[in-house]
Design a protein around this ligand. Structure first.
Ligand code: FE
Length: 221
């Protein structure tokens, strides 16, 4: 393992998309082409409305999938024993809530602290914690994010509207097919006594990738 500037970690031999269980990436462009062809055909026949498809995809990207991860975060905020388990063995702790991934997918939870912010990327393809976050957003798969998250994480965060104090360290975690990361954001202040369900509402998909922070409670009203 070696640390790059600004705390970038690259402690694995990243072979994503080459020789292992990673078919969603290997066949992605082929699949994308097939989906596009099907969508075009169905649209021409008047059977589907592309806007409706976009709305469904958007729902799975931003709502359905990431609600699993938000439950994990809310439980970690509420239950110190669960948080400790999550720190020690995220795969098992997350599976205990019923969120399990494909065979061979291991999870690691990285906790934001007052000193350190965590950001997740897959530099070579688009490895993503499907079991807790659902579908990856388009930008996560884009070459610009994948390269710049490592080179200039602070600048990328600022583009997402997340401006961190200069003294806060940023660690960038490079996902692989074997190991995927879930960012546990810092619990916002003035959330004492909130239920896990209410806390989960403060946790966005982007907060669990690390491009955003948890929402302040007053901002959700
Ligand atoms: Fe990958």
């Amino acid at each position: 393992m070696h640390d790059h500037e600004d705390g970038h970690h690259h402690d694995h031999d990243h072979q994503c998309g080459h020789d292992h269980d990673h078919s969603h990436d290997n066949h992605y462009s082929d699949m994308q082409a097939r989906v596009k062809a099907l969508e075009t055909l169905l649209t021409e026949k008047g059977l589907i409305d592309p806007a409706a498809i976009d709305a469904i995809v958007e729902t799975y990207e931003t709502k359905v999938g990431p609600r699993n991860g938000a439950q994990v975060v809310a439980k970690a905020w509420s239950d110190p024993e669960f948080a400790e388990w999550l720190r020690r063995d995220a795969t098992a702790a997350i599976a205990s809530l019923g969120f399990t991934g494909r065979q061979g997918e291991h999870m690691r939870a990285v906790f934001n602290t007052p000193e350190t912010h965590n950001l997740v990327v897959c530099t070579l393809c688009s490895c993503y914690p499907w079991s807790v976050l659902g579908l990856p957003p388009v930008w996560y798969k884009a070459p610009a994010y994948r390269s710049r998250a490592v080179i200039d994480p602070r600048g990328v965060l600022a583009e997402f509207g997340t401006v961190l104090p200069a003294e806060k360290k940023i660690r960038v975690w490079d996902s692989t097919a074997e190991l995927r990361y879930l960012v546990i954001p810092e619990r916002p202040t003035r959330t004492d006594g909130m239920s896990e369900a209410a806390l989960a509402d403060l946790v966005s998909r982007d907060a669990m990738i690390g491009t955003a922070l948890a929402t302040k409670p007053e901002a959700t009203v």
